[in-house]
Design a protein around this ligand. Sequence first.
Ligand SMILES: NC(=O)c1ccc[n+]([C@@H]2O[C@H](COP(=O)([O-])OP(=O)(O)OC[C@H]3O[C@@H](n4cnc5c(N)ncnc54)[C@H](O)[C@@H]3O)[C@@H](O)[C@H]2O)c1
Length: 292
Amino acid sequence: MNGFAGKVAVVTGGASGIGEGIVQALLEEGAVVVIADVERPALDETLERLAGKGDVSGIVTDVSQPASVDACARQVYDTYGVCHLLFNNAGVGGGGVAKPWHWTPNDWKWCIGVNLFGVGHCVASFVPRMIDSGQEGWIVNTSSSNGGFQPLADLGVYAASKAAVTAYTECLANALANEDTLLHAALFYPGGNGLLETRLWNSARNRPPELARERPMVDEQWDYQEFKAQMQEKGVPVADLLELGRVVLQGIREERFIISLETVSNGELMRRRAERIGRGELPTVPTGSAFE
Ligand SMILES: NC(=O)c1ccc[n+]([C@@H]2O[C@H](COP(=O)([O-])OP(=O)(O)OC[C@H]3O[C@@H](n4cnc5c(N)ncnc54)[C@H](O)[C@@H]3O)[C@@H](O)[C@H]2O)c1
């Protein structure tokens, strides 16, 4: 895709964090951006903050609900008649950290509902319309190193949701190529430019009451502020999320399937994993790393 000026882009979960970075990068390039986010107050605040930076609007959308996603797609097509870029970025952290046997049915329903079904619902509502328009376009799904390269033992539900996004996106990219469309799918792995200071660790703010956790967490909880202090001691900077958004757009320009600042080190991780798999071993050591 040559340039983003005038292109219509939908960014799910664009009212915060990494999604907002993508929105800002798109606005810098002159794209017309629609933020689809479930959190109305955050959406309103973000739109206010971005006022004057370009053509950006919002539609309150719950990606875990097919009817909500379809209403969003209808509104986008009624307004603009086209969608060139779909960023399936909305996601939740899964509700904390827990040993794999401590996740509850509602943890599964909520996390998989947003992170995986949400991507599927958006693809089902937007992609047929994108194909029918006959225009070139991109669908960029946000995964995580947890679902691509190194699942962390205490993030089982989240890692499972993102691994499924990784597999599904590969299917999508191949299917779009086989159908001879002008559409491409890509996977985005955030990270690589510092500490991702987003609100993912406070995802429960958007957890529907009917999917509340059935019982308190029993495992020791991970403390973001403690983690941040450790990272700062090591000299890790807070990531520039706008810069990360620019990386995503550059990945589209370069027609990459995998968009990441860590492609080379991820490739090395995968090589080590593949060697372990080839020997019939657990691909990661218990810390969740492929490195001993
Ligand atoms: N922060 C990290 O360390 C990290 C690392 C790798 C991948 N990711 C992924 O990046 C994406 C963005 O996360 P973030 O870190 O910016 O977190 P964030 O909480 O700051 O942003 C997530 C956005 O998704 C929205 N959202 C949540 N549930 C939704 C729903 N049902 N429908 C529509 N919108 C919904 C939230 O309102 C929020 O605006 C997620 O998919 C996340 O899994 C994050």
